[in-house]
Design a protein around this ligand. Structure first.
Ligand SMILES: [Zn+2]
Length: 372
């Protein structure tokens, strides 16, 4: 009706003009420049990733921007790009937040730390992993305790997914799903594996340089706080455009209750309510919670893009092209972009709005905690 009305009246049809291009970027380099510009005037640090370069030949950095009093008791940390290519959405949320909701001054007891591009190599090269095929969100394991156990079906799932015959792969995957169910299949694939450096969701053999940078930042900024909230921004799992909050602790915990109060419906990895399976060595394990008096509220904000099947297909195409020399690198890269960074204005706007809503609610929640 509306469309015909416009045509009949001779009025030009109203275009949906998006402001999202201001915040979103088409390369790591552009995202970094926008982030540094949005954070100008704030205290910044640039942590170099040694020995590695972007496709433009330039060095790669994890950058931070700190807003608020240095000795504030309460700290909100927002981080992006732990899974490289997922940094496009995370970076846009950070830039949007810096421009619109984090106008100084903050209350005396509150500070915000943005950590931009935790995996700058993956971000710059459109990968989910780092340069060594390591999934950094499986790498924060305490390696002094030895290597974590793989899921008992991790090898079987890999064997099926890497079957070179497409037909046989479908048949075997169907049989596996019929026998074990989708939840077990997801857990076996995504929980993290520590045996196959060429495989998917590989967690490494020791703490990576990127993980060490994060630990140094936590030591530097996390000390002497009464409460730390951490929001780690991701894309790729769940309903398209929906931003699910996945809380580190389970439904019986004080953290989960607090998260529900601040954000409304939230999920947890521990009870099967989340779009994600339980994982080993994720970034939440890097907080030394037992050894400090600091209270923590740790969550992942995960934005859905396309079906899990398409995501796995893209990860396999990337793996085959990059590590096995099979298939075009450019085609794989395009697939990765499609599934982790949709070029869809409505999706991008939804992500910005939800990001702003969640960060604003976290700041209000932190502010409203009873005096220390
Ligand atoms: Zn992710």
């Amino acid at each position: 009706m509306h469309l015909y009305g416009n045509l009949l009246s001779g009025q030009p049809e109203r275009q949906h003009i998006s402001m999202s291009a201001i915040y979103y970027s088409q390369s790591y380099r552009e995202a970094r420049e926008k982030f540094l510009q949005a954070a100008s005037g704030l205290s910044q640090t640039a942590c170099l990733l040694p020995g590695l370069r972007g496709p433009d030949g330039l060095p790669l950095y994890t950058d931070t921007a700190y807003l608020g009093p240095r000795d504030a008791a309460r700290l909100l940390i927002v981080s992006s790009g732990l899974h490289g290519i997922e940094g496009y959405a995370g970076s846009a949320i950070q830039i949007h937040t810096l421009k619109h909701i984090l106008q100084p001054p903050l209350p005396d007891n509150l500070a915000v730390l943005h950590v931009h591009a935790l995996n700058p190599y993956g971000f710059a090269h459109d990968l989910r992993t780092n340069a060594d095929n390591i999934d950094l969100n499986r790498n924060f394991h305490d390696w002094t305790q030895g290597k974590p156990q793989d899921h008992k079906l991790a090898g079987a799932v890999h064997d099926i997914l890497f079957d070179q015959s497409l037909m046989r792969r479908y048949v075997r995957a169907g049989a596996f799903l019929a026998r074990y169910g989708a939840c077990t299949a997801q857990a076996a694939l995504t929980q993290g594996q520590f045996s196959n450096p060429q495989g998917l969701f590989y967690g490494g053999q020791a703490l990576t340089h990127e993980a060490r940078i994060w630990r140094v930042l936590l030591d530097r900024y996390g000390a002497n706080r009464s409460h730390i909230v951490h929001l780690d921004l991701h894309t790729g799992l769940g309903q398209r455009g929906h931003g699910e909050i996945i809380v580190a602790d389970g439904p019986d915990s004080a953290m989960f209750e607090r998260a529900k109060d601040w954000w409304g419906p939230v999920t947890s990895l521990s009870d099967g309510s989340s779009v994600s399976a339980r994982v080993v060595g994720d970034i939440c394990t890097s907080f030394n919670r037992a050894a400090s008096a600091t209270a923590h509220t740790l969550a992942t904000l995960e934005f859905g893009t396309v079906s899990g099947y398409k995501v796995v297909e893209a990860l396999l195409a990337d793996n085959r092209a990059r590590l096995q020399g099979r298939g075009s690198l450019q085609v794989a890269r395009d697939k990765m972009r499609k599934v982790f960074y949709p070029q869809d204005v409505l999706w991008q706007e939804k992500v910005l709005n939800r990001g702003q809503q969640v960060i604003s609610a976290a700041l209000r929640g932190l502010q409203d905690i009873k005096p220390d």
